[in-house]
Design a binder for this molecule. Structure first.
Ligand code: SGN
Ligand code: CA
Length: 540
């Protein structure tokens, strides 16, 4: 430890003591932090939230021993922007990573850098998706871009680019455990970011889960055949319908030559290519294992397809989607179990905060959709389970409107560090102790990536416990209001209903205030549009 770090430690110890005196229950030692995030993991696919679709016994352990957040949400429901919000503690319009396209500005300070400067050991494994390397990590091994499910490549801090044979979720778990066992020292606390690529599209399970999930069938959501009648253009014009926009080869795993034989056209111009890029990465042995289980499904479909109605096709595609999506979550759950076991067996569980979350929510057939992006419920809400023995009581739930914006300040607070004043979240430490008084009662949301894949229009809005008010803009100027208590599936826009005139007036004002509070503005919206148009990236 050098002189500067020692001084920092003394300062920190003093700070911690002061904090302990205020809150007697705060632990004496600075906690370790294990931040587990899966990509596109819908809360509907975690049995601690909902047992209808699948079982995730290991992820559930975190809630059994800690707290389940029922109202956690994101500020901008898309991958890289969510990660930028998490690391920087700032909304997208301030951290600059408004969509998957704009680069992340690495000159800004992220919470891992602050923890590292304060003596934490830091490591990141898995998917970051920034286009540049993370700062503030002693060790990282990250997937380039979206990464692959089989035989992935990694960008590493010390060994350049490497290729590893095997199944990505298991490899990321192995790397994580290897760091815990062999690189971490016992001298200092650590921050470990364990970031799964699964269950991101194209949903390839591990071999050990093929058979089990291929045999299963799943309950359909009651909005699978939504016709979007009660809403505006944004829902109608989005391109994320299971029947019309999901890829046949890439997503449903009907090989390109079988599509040709059946006369099925590609749904997107990368439909067949996606299959070749993903299934095509398998080694001959891996492909033989895959064929054993996937070929009978393909044969049966080939027989049935000519006589299937549109309704039957929609139902078939939903089942096919769930088999692979939920199948790929099974390996994530296995991995979480291995990491939790390691913590238990090495006496680390007591002083480690374990977080499980996703970069956003995801549609599992609700409203006929897959993907995310919208402020509507399934994409806006994200799973969040946190365990911290001695601070969080086991088996508790929380219903406050917490956001991915809050992680940075929460972790800094837990480490006894004052967060930079320009971070925009709230520490969740009071909520951990059950103190909910005075926590925010409304959240701000802003989505930008349009025109782009899935064609979800630009929008911003405010969400309270009771209502959701949204403004879609750019090539549209439409407002929507949902009564969250009376219309839980968000099927009816009541913005123009005279009965809601007062609610509209009040929320419009609150939304304007939130935009000012978080330093967002119509000028910034225009600035981002102009920059995006300059990039001319989307050509369908
Ligand atoms: C890819 C996917 C999209 C997905 C985006 C963003 N298409 O483009 O379905 O919305 O990533 O996902 S794919 O056919 O290439 O898989 S994100 O999680 O990175 O934001
Ligand atoms: Ca994602």
């Amino acid at each position: 430890m050098n002189f500067k770090t020692s001084i920092l430690f003394v300062k920190l110890a003093l700070l911690c003591c002061a904090a302990c005196q205020e809150k007697n229950d705060a632990p004496a030692e600075r906690p370790n932090i294990v931040f587990i995030m899966a990509d596109d993991h819908a809360y509907q696919a975690i049995s601690a939230y909902d047992e209808r679709l699948t079982h995730t016994p290991n992820i559930d352990r975190i809630a059994e021993d800690g707290m389940l957040f029922n109202n956690a949400c994101v500020t901008n429901s898309i991958c890289a922007p969510s990660r930028a919000v998490i690391l920087s503690g700032k909304h997208s319009h301030l951290n600059g990573k408004i969509d998957n396209i704009f680069p992340f500005d690495t000159t800004q300070i992220t919470f891992p850098q602050i923890l590292q400067d304060n003596g934490y050991q830091t490591a990141m494994f898995g998917k970051l998706h920034f286009g540049n390397n993370p700062k503030g990590f002693d060790q990282f091994k990250i997937l380039p871009g979206q990464g692959w499910y089989y035989n992935p490549e990694f960008i590493t801090k010390h060994d350049g680019r490497i290729k590893v044979e095997g199944y990505t979720s298991d490899i990321i778990t192995d790397m994580t455990l290897d760091w815990l066992a062999n690189e971490r020292t016992e001298d200092d606390p650590f921050l470990l970011m364990y970031l799964h690529k699964a269950p991101h599209r194209e949903w390839l399970p591990a071999k050990r889960h093929y058979e089990e999930f291929m045999k299963k069938s799943f309950p359909e959501p009651n909005t699978l055949f939504d016709d979007y009648k009660g809403r505006g253009r944004a829902a109608k014009e989005a391109e994320m319908n299971l029947l019309t926009h999901m890829n046949w080869a890439g997503d449903s795993k009907i090989p390109p030559e079988v599509m040709d034989a059946l006369g099925i056209a590609e749904t997107a111009k990368w439909d067949k290519g996606a299959y070749e890029r993903t299934v095509g990465r398998m080694t001959p042995e891996q492909k033989a294992d895959w064929d054993k289980i996937y070929n009978p499904m393909i044969e049966e479909f080939s027989k049935d397809y000519p006589n299937m109605t549109q309704e039957q096709l929609m139902k078939w595609r939903y089942q096919r989607y769930m088999q692979d999506y939920l199948g790929s979550i099974a390996a994530v759950d296995d991995g979480v179990g291995r990491v939790l076991d390691y913590l238990d067996q090495n006496n680390l569980s007591d002083n480690t905060i374990v977080v499980y979350t996703s970069d956003q929510g995801f549609y599992l057939g609700e409203h006929g959709w897959f993907d995310k992006r919208f402020i509507y419920n399934e994409s806006f809400k994200t799973p969040l389970l946190i365990r911290w023995p001695h601070v969080i009581d086991a088996g508790t739930t929380n219903s406050q409107m917490v956001q991915n914006l809050d992680f940075a300040q929460t972790f800094l607070d837990a480490a006894g560090i004052t967060a930079p004043s320009d971070m925009q979240g709230e520490s969740l430490l009071p909520l951990f102790r059950g103190e909910i008084e005075g926590f925010r009662d409304a959240v701000y949301y802003h989505y930008y990536e349009y025109p782009s894949v899935h064609m979800v229009k630009r929008h911003y809005g405010i969400v309270t416990e009771d209502y959701k008010l949204v403004h879609f803009y750019y090539d549209i100027d439409e407002w929507e209001l949902y009564d969250r208590k009376k219309d839980i599936y968000e099927m009816n826009n009541v913005y123009d209903d005279p009965e809601y005139a007062d609610v509209v007036a009040e929320l419009t004002e609150q939304l304007a205030e939130l935009r000012i509070k978080y330093k967002d503005s119509p000028e910034l919206d225009q600035e981002f549009i102009a920059k995006y148009e300059g990039l001319k990236r989307w050509d369908k």
